[in-house]
Design a protein around this ligand. Structure first.
Ligand SMILES: [Cu+2]
Length: 148
């Protein structure tokens, strides 16, 4: 009885292993598929945003420069101005946004049509975000002399 049972077990074991392996393979394939799909989705959406935010850097010697907040991007998102320039952020989206550089400035929540302005009197590089949508990033460089 015991011997027979062992033989029986020996025969079955590889079968179970095979099934388990197959189950793992299928599970792994499904998981890989889901991960791949997620990556595609992230790339599609993230890529869309990245493409939108791939703007030309803007260098301005105007006394006042407007940054449009539109389509979940700051435009321009790479802006160089001279000391004393007034920057005006205007929200043109239906969604609320902020322009926030921790320790430097914070517009607070801007609804559609709201604007926030600030004069930059100190040279420096100001990286800021929308705190509601932190993937919205932009930079303002304030220089002593603007060279275009
Ligand atoms: Cu936002």
């Amino acid at each position: 009885m015991t011997k027979k049972k062992r033989k029986h077990d020996k025969r079955r074991k590889p079968l179970i292993k095979g099934r388990t392996l197959r189950r793992w393979l299928v599970g792994g394939a499904v998981l890989a598929g889901v991960v791949a799909l997620s990556a595609v989705c992230i790339t599609a959406f993230g890529g869309g945003n990245a493409a939108d935010s791939q703007q030309e850097p803007v260098i301005s010697d105007e006394a006042q420069v407007t940054v449009d907040i539109q389509g979940f991007t700051f435009g321009p998102d790479d802006l160089t101005v001279g000391v004393g320039t007034e920057i005006v952020w205007e929200n043109r989206d239906d969604a609320p946004h902020t322009a926030t550089a921790e320790g430097a400035f914070d517009s607070g929540q801007l609804e559609r049509g709201d604007s926030y302005s600030l004069s930059f009197d100190e040279p420096g590089t100001y990286e800021y975000i929308c705190t509601i949508h932190p993937y919205m990033t932009a930079t303002i460089v304030v220089t002593e002399v603007v060279e275009q």
